[in-house]
Ligand binder design. Structure first.
Ligand SMILES: NC(=O)c1ccc[n+]([C@@H]2O[C@H](COP(=O)([O-])OP(=O)(O)OC[C@H]3O[C@@H](n4cnc5c(N)ncnc54)[C@H](O)[C@@H]3O)[C@@H](O)[C@H]2O)c1
Length: 279
């Protein structure tokens, strides 16, 4: 048993590397996926650039890392701002001599009937979830190619593979595109020493679900959490660190022969035949 507050010894698989995490905060108090990814990357020895639209949230992530004597900086950037995103990544490349790991963790959506998703909603969601991924990848790929190394990862979602029990069309469609985007990016860039993979979380217990999913359960958080847990063969929702452990593996040389694929972190949910039900 690890005494509370101590950090168990871990392999320093990312020693000396620079990792940029876009969407490094969380939209509520507690552990979001980006925050946990940043912490595990830093514990593995990486210098982490924690970037988020919400600068205070990115700073919280940075401070959590520094409190453990890890190396991190915080940046405020809205990935939907093309020029701002490119400038942020270009600055890191210039300052650090390159980016070894780009982790794209931003994901927004609009739950509810698809007829209520306007073209403006669609563009907003695709811009943040997909167009920004392309822009970020295209900004880092040239220098990764020049150094003949680099890892690009993104967080997709089980909603990109199947129905999740309530309508979430633009979110699911863009997350499906994220998976295929990184597969094709991986193939195109494999000859240049770049690996690209997607992490596909299932139903994860992060602060976000109380804000973005609870509406589908009429705001009944307890019922939402119990139903989400009961849908997973392992009998619980995942947590941010379940996902971050997979990110750490894929970011490291332990995954040197893994590219163009996706890793499901879903407690077995995708293997079930019956769609999750709110009833
Ligand atoms: N929680 C789940 O059940 C779950 C399941 C599957 C996939 N995911 C995906 O995992 C990722 C992280 O989810 P989370 O649950 O930790 O939620 P989260 O919403 O708390 O984390 C996303 C972070 O991205 C930031 N962000 C949003 N829009 C941005 C923008 N335009 N520019 C820069 N930053 C922006 C937010 O401020 C937040 O800090 C998302 O991509 C989400 O779609 C979550």
């Amino acid at each position: 048993m690890t005494p509370a507050g101590t950090v168990p010894a871990r392999p320093r698989d990312l020693e000396g590397l620079t990792a940029v995490v876009l969407g490094a905060g969380s939209i509520g108090a507690g552990w979001g996926i980006g925050k946990a990814v940043c912490l595990l990357f830093a514990r593995a020895g990486a210098h982490v650039v924690a970037a988020d639209r919400d600068l205070a949230s990115a700073e919280e992530t940075r401070d959590l890392i520094r409190r453990e004597d890890g190396s991190a900086q915080a940046v405020g950037v809205d990935v939907a701002d093309d020029a701002g995103l490119a400038a942020c990544l270009t600055a890191v490349i210039a300052e650090r001599g390159g980016i070894d790991i780009l982790y794209f963790n931003v994901g927004i959506g609009k739950a509810g009937p698809s007829t209520e998703t306007s073209p403006a909603d669609w563009r907003r969601i695709s811009d943040a979830n997909l167009t920004a991924l392309h822009l970020a990848a295209m900004t880092v790929v040239p220098s990764m190619r020049a150094r003949h190394r680099g890892v690009i990862l993104a967080t997709a979602s089980i909603a990109g593979l199947r129905d999740v029990g309530y309508p979430h069309l633009a979110y699911g469609a863009t997350k499906a595109a994220v998976i295929q985007y990184l597969r094709l990016l991986a193939v195109e860039n494999a000859p240049y020493g770049i690996r690209a993979n997607t992490i596909v979380p299932g139903l994860i217990d992060t602060p976000r679900i109380e804000k973005t999913v609870a509406g589908a359960y009429a705001g009944d958080l307890e019922r939402m959490k119990a139903l989400r847990a009961s849908q997973c063969p392992l009998g619980r929702m995942g947590n941010a660190f379940d996902v971050a452990e997979a990110a750490l593996f894929l970011a490291s040389d332990r995954a040197a022969y893994v590219t163009g694929t996706e890793l499901l972190i879903d407690g077995g949910l995708a293997a079930t035949a019956r769609g999750p039900s709110l009833g």
